[in-house]
Ligand binder design. Structure first.
Ligand code: SF4
Length: 340
């Protein structure tokens, strides 16, 4: 058996049953492949599954997605993080309707020019949805291909060449997904499960360079994240108990998401920008305590203040019932809402 036969045989019997995978290859829906690949960027499969199901139920095809308001798309993305993905996804759907009559292009070089579609996603769509002879090089695939070949620290172009050499001619889509599955199930970045790995007989690192596998298990010093500080305000209107929410600017962190009003987040905790408007309303009873949140590049400590106002306040925003707003909030703001 050659390498790709071993890999595909394993895939046929052990592949993960995922809601975006279509067992009948003739029924593969490029729309679902695209949505899943965007959601899976920097997010685990387990986290994506419930979001994918809800998203596809509400936006079952590209026409419906393109016609929808971005605010609603963001609502279905709330909690998944990296919100620029949702904005790009929406913009991409509109461009596919306008420029390609709603039909996804099949050419990698055209796909790559669409919003939110990079090298990896374009290759994944071509390989998985259109069964083209392409390799989608994500971190899992890079790791598995490097280890099978016992070639470490190679650049992406070199790893891609090695992958192309063993890529199945007939089933490149399945082959890509098989390598992704092996990477996530067995060939983990640390403590790979080589003894039960389905491809250990063809893995050159396992065969000839076990020292390399011992080395990767050694602890590397964890880089400390910087801490940022900010203030956040729970502003409740007395007559109907609704809370004041703002939409964050469309560019930047949590872009376009519904949020409680907050200050800028800064590194110097003694110099958090304050607002006279809010400061005048804060009393000793206002402090609801800090909440801690982790972003990919920094940790945030947010001081939350509770403010009750009689009727109006001079700040632009929407007054919304807290329970109605909760489903639209990103994870950070859900934590703030839970202090109420
Ligand atoms: S044998 Fe080990 S190193 Fe080789 S592919 Fe499998 S898990 Fe990875």
């Amino acid at each position: 058996m050659d390498t790709n036969e071993i890999i595909l045989n394993w895939y046929d019997s052990e592949k993960r049953n995922l809601p975006w995978r279509e067992p009948d290859k003739n029924k593969i829906d490029v729309y679902k492949v695209w949505i899943s690949e965007i959601m899976l960027q920097q997010t685990t499969v387990m986290a994506v599954i419930p979001y994918f199901k809800k998203f596809i139920t509400r936006f079952p095809n590209i026409n419906i997605l393109a016609e929808s308001d971005i605010e609603e798309v963001l609502t279905y993305w709330a909690g998944l993080g990296y919100y620029s993905r949702a904005r790009n996804l929406h913009e991409c759907s509109k461009q596919i309707i306008e420029k390609f009559n709603g039909v996804f292009p099949r050419e990698e070089e055209i796909l790559i020019k669409l919003p939110g579609i990079g090298d990896y996603t374009a290759s994944a769509i071509c390989a998985i949805a259109y069964n083209q002879h392409k390799v989608a090089l994500d971190v899992n695939v890079k790791r598995v291909i490097s280890r099978i070949n016992n070639k470490h620290n190679l650049c992406n172009i070199s790893i891609k060449k090695l992958a192309i050499n063993i890529l199945s001619e007939d089933r490149p889509g399945d082959f890509n997904e098989a390598i992704m599955d092996i990477g996530s199930k067995y060939c983990k970045s640390k403590f790979p499960k080589c003894s039960i790995c389905p491809i250990n007989k063809i893995c050159k690192t396992f065969k000839y360079n076990k020292n390399a596998l011992i080395e990767i298990n050694k602890k590397k010093p964890i880089k400390e994240k910087i801490i940022k500080y900010g203030n956040c305000y729970l502003i409740k209107r007395k007559d109907d108990n609704k809370f004041l929410f703002i939409r964050r600017p469309s560019k930047g962190l949590l872009g376009g998401m519904l949020s409680f009003p907050s200050s800028l987040w800064v590194i110097d905790k003694k110099n958090i920008p304050t607002s006279k408007l809010f400061d005048d309303l804060i009393t000793n009873d206002s402090i609801k305590g800090p909440i801690h949140h982790t972003f990919s590049h920094f940790n945030l400590i947010l001081n939350v203040y509770n403010i009750k106002i009689i009727d109006r306040i001079d700040i632009e925003g929407e007054w919304i019932d807290l329970n109605k707003a909760k489903g639209q909030l990103p994870s950070l703001m859900k934590k703030v809402a839970n202090l109420v």
